[in-house]
Design a protein around this ligand. Structure first.
Ligand code: HEM
Length: 366
């Protein structure tokens, strides 16, 4: 455990056992926590003291209401539902690759890993094909903002666009995820602000994570020609590679929880209102469970206990079947089109740090 006074003060849990304990106890550790962790990447509506930030359905609910939201949304996330998106994902990958395959070199982040996931998550929400590019562009612009003012302005534009889709469904429900959330009643119907926060978090959960995970994986492959050739030759090895990469460098490095009753965690007393940052990436390298945790190593298989790159407990990643499929198809298509891709000579790709982690650019040639 560590303690920081940054961001209004928080505790940091780093061991596998402490993180599992927090993630497994939604009564003591609530997911409705402001200003800390992955949920804080969505800050369009931060609320104020007398107007608290809206609580996002699913992501920020606990206990019974969380389980109810999860049941409502589950059908969109089964392995079979994920499979239903495979041909769309493959088409998007091929279109993106066609844009640079003849160039002999590319930055895989801007040309590929940032291009496919936002279009997939827009489809998942139920945005019609004609509206997906615009939503994806605005989401990308928001992520690329370089100052707080720029982020706020782009956040407002983005929220306006999402709201137009939400209002359309409020007036006329369709058979899609966004309509289900607008019209569901869990206790009471979610307010417009809540649905908006849900939609922004879903775009972030589906887009930022997969973009960063795919970039981290593309970099690992571009740096290691032997590994690249192994995973190109076998889907089993590719799937194993993806799982080990999610252990080794999980895109969601940390998320937050708020303490709801006095408790003790790893010997540290916590009080009501304290906030805890749980660092999934650190749990995944806990030497008590993962030998040579700092080493990327194929062949760990689905180790017991499981790594925590997809989270743990009630909020464990609902999108993991889709994410695994998306990453598999993205890497398959990339390695089929560019079997000999390697890092450009002299390139030193920069990592991005924070609660969501990835790589700024992956400059390759072939
Ligand atoms: C490699 C990519 C991904 C990683 C590493 C990842 C990781 C995670 C983690 C660690 C959590 C738990 C957060 C917490 O307990 O505080 C989570 C939750 C979640 N993820 Fe993912 N995720 C990925 C991709 C996706 C995708 C593609 C989607 C869907 C579009 C998705 C949807 C969700 C949802 C809905 C939750 C919240 C579940 C709940 O609150 O019950 N994720 N994810």
């Amino acid at each position: 455990m560590a303690k920081s006074s940054a961001h209004g003060g928080f505790h940091l849990a780093t061991s596998y056992d402490a993180i599992r304990a927090v993630a497994g106890d939604g009564e003591v550790y609530s997911s409705y926590v402001s200003g800390l962790g992955a949920a804080d990447v969505v800050a369009e509506d931060a609320g104020s003291d007398d107007n608290p930030p809206p609580r996002a359905p699913l992501f920020e609910f606990d206990g019974h209401s969380h389980r109810t939201w999860r049941r409502i949304l589950q059908p969109y996330f089964t392995p079979a539902a994920a499979k239903g998106h495979e041909s769309l994902i493959r088409r998007l990958c091929r279109e993106a690759i066609a844009g640079f395959v003849n160039e002999g070199r590319a930055d895989l982040v801007s040309a590929y890993t940032q291009v496919v996931p936002p279009l997939v998550v827009a489809a998942l929400l139920g945005i019609p094909e004609s509206g997906r590019e615009l939503l994806a562009d605005q989401a990308k612009r928001l992520v690329a903002a370089e100052s707080r003012e720029e982020a706020e302005e782009r956040g407002r534009e983005y929220a306006k666009l999402l709201l137009s889709h939400i209002r359309e469904r409020a007036a006329m429900p369709r058979d899609d995820m966004l309509s289900d959330v607008v019209h569901a009643e869990v206790g009471e119907a979610a307010s417009e602000r809540q649905v908006l926060r849900f939609a922004s978090l879903m775009v972030a959960a589906g887009q930022l994570t997969t973009t960063d995970a795919a970039a981290t994986m593309a970099l690992l492959l571009a740096e290691n020609p032997d590994l690249r050739d192994r995973v190109r030759a076998s889907q089993k090895e590719l799937d194993e590679f993806i799982e080990e990469a999610v252990r080794y460098e999980p895109a969601v490095a940390a998320t937050g929880r708020a303490v709801t009753q006095p408790t003790t965690l790893a010997g540290v007393l916590l009080d009501v209102g304290d906030r805890v940052l749980i660092t999934w990436g650190s749990a995944n390298r806990d030497e008590r469970y993962f030998s040579d945790g700092d080493v990327f190593r194929m062949g760990r298989g689905r180790t017991r206990p499981a790594h925590l790159g997809w989270g743990a407990g009630a909020h464990r990643c609902l999108g993991r079947h889709l994410a695994r499929l998306e990453l598999r198809v993205m890497l398959q298509e990339l390695l089929t089109a560019l079997p000999g891709m390697r890092l450009q000579a002299g390139a030193r790709p920069r990592r991005t740090y924070g609660v969501i982690r990835g790589v700024r650019e992956v400059p390759v040639e072939w």
